[in-house]
Design a protein around this ligand. Structure first.
Ligand SMILES: Cc1cc2nc3c(=O)[nH]c(=O)nc-3n(C[C@H](O)[C@H](O)[C@H](O)COP(=O)(O)O)c2cc1C
Length: 344
């Protein structure tokens, strides 16, 4: 067990592996799979505080979760401290394990309203939001932020200290600026500096690309948890493989084609249960592509899935593909792993 404690004033992590908030991706079915495969903690997609206080059905839906996704944080964004506090109060009635505050989103529609990473340009506002939310709820409140607006405005150290002084339970640092978007390299030395400075847990985030990177981040930064974003997309096995690697020092094999196809189909069923037919088909188009990435003729299968409109047809395409893989000797896998790709 890697979560040592999660009470408001005793939020302790040790080598926790955290499933990142990913808008449009880390929905309830994906979080369930992440936990099943070993994630120690999950965070919802970002949720608009203004949408919550206006009782928007679509926004409230993002806050739904199942107990099997625990420990889970519901993540809020916004630029108005009163709205953020009120929204946190409303979300806390759903009984998540913690509330997470988003100060990292670079998207124009969020930043344009002064939310997300934009708050890092105004640390007075940052402090007010963190303070008001912490005072509004009995749950632990965590902060997820970037290192600053741009390279001339690196505010992560100051923001981290403010968050700690206000009583935040933990801080996650995606060590890129807003200006970097998702390009360039995450600067892990910033995570190490923040960890050195704070007494609350620091979760490192940015550019974990394989199983071994997690150990590197722990070793190089001393952080208390590592958060995995893009590497986990269509790849929930990564959580289990990381755990095994941290324990044994051996890199476990990639999942086989069959495992990938079976899990993609299960994920489809879970998404159908959660969202119904048209939305599940829409959501799963990109997900099938991620699960099948690097497999033989995956692009042809992806194109066929994208054209189909019915659950039965999609399942037929996938099952037919699975049979083809099994029968075609050119596609046989080496024991214990794939022949085509290395995603470790
Ligand atoms: C498609 C996508 C959606 C994201 N949505 C969110 C979000 O809702 N909230 C958030 O705090 N970060 C969000 N992020 C940022 C990730 O949580 C993470 O900080 C970032 O991807 C860096 O980690 P990685 O290199 O492991 O992917 C998103 C990133 C991507 C690629």
């Amino acid at each position: 067990m890697y979560i040592v404690g999660m009470i408001r004033n005793n939020f302790k992590l040790s080598k926790a592996i955290v499933y990142a908030p990913l808008a449009g991706i880390s929905d309830s079915p994906s979080r369930k799979l992440a936990v099943r495969f070993g994630a120690d903690m999950t965070v919802s997609e970002l949720i608009s505080s203004e949408g919550i206080i206006r009782n928007s059905k679509k926004t409230l839906e993002l806050a739904g979760f199942d107990n099997s996704e625990r420990p889970i944080g519901l993540q809020l964004f916004g630029a108005n401290p009163d709205s953020m506090a009120e929204a946190a109060r409303i979300l806390s009635s759903l009984n998540p394990d913690f509330i997470d505050l988003n100060f990292g989103c670079p998207a124009r529609k969020v930043v344009g309203k002064n939310g997300g990473s934009s708050v890092l340009r105004n640390l007075k506002l940052f402090k007010e939001i963190v303070n008001q939310v912490i005072n509004a709820v009995d749950l632990p409140v965590t902060v997820k932020m970037r290192s600053g607006w741009d390279s001339r405005n690196l505010t992560y150290m100051e923001a981290g200290k403010i968050a700690e002084d206000c009583g935040a339970a933990a801080v996650t640092l995606h060590s890129r600026t807003r200006a970097q978007g998702f390009t360039g390299k995450a600067d892990w030395s910033q995570i190490a500096q923040l960890k050195n400075e704070l007494t609350i847990p620091v979760i490192g985030n940015g550019d974990i690309k394989n199983v071994t990177d997690v150990k590197l981040m722990f070793d190089q930064t001393g952080c208390d948890g590592v958060m995995l974003g893009r590497v986990s997309i269509g790849n929930p096995w990564i959580f289990r493989r990381i755990k095994e690697y941290l324990k044994s020092g051996n890199i476990p094999p990639e999942p086989s084609f069959r495992e990938r196809i079976n899990l993609a189909l299960e994920h489809f069923d879970m998404t159908l249960d959660e969202f119904g037919i048209p939305r599940a088909i829409y959501k799963m188009r990109s997900r099938f592509a991620w699960y099948l990435k690097g497999m033989p003729e995956a692009s042809i299968i992806r194109a066929r899935i994208n054209r189909s409109r019915s659950v039965e047809e999609i399942k037929e395409i996938i099952l037919g593909y699975s049979l083809d893989l099994r029968n075609n000797t050119a596609y046989q896998e080496a024991p214990g792993g794939t022949t085509c790709i290395q995603r470790n």
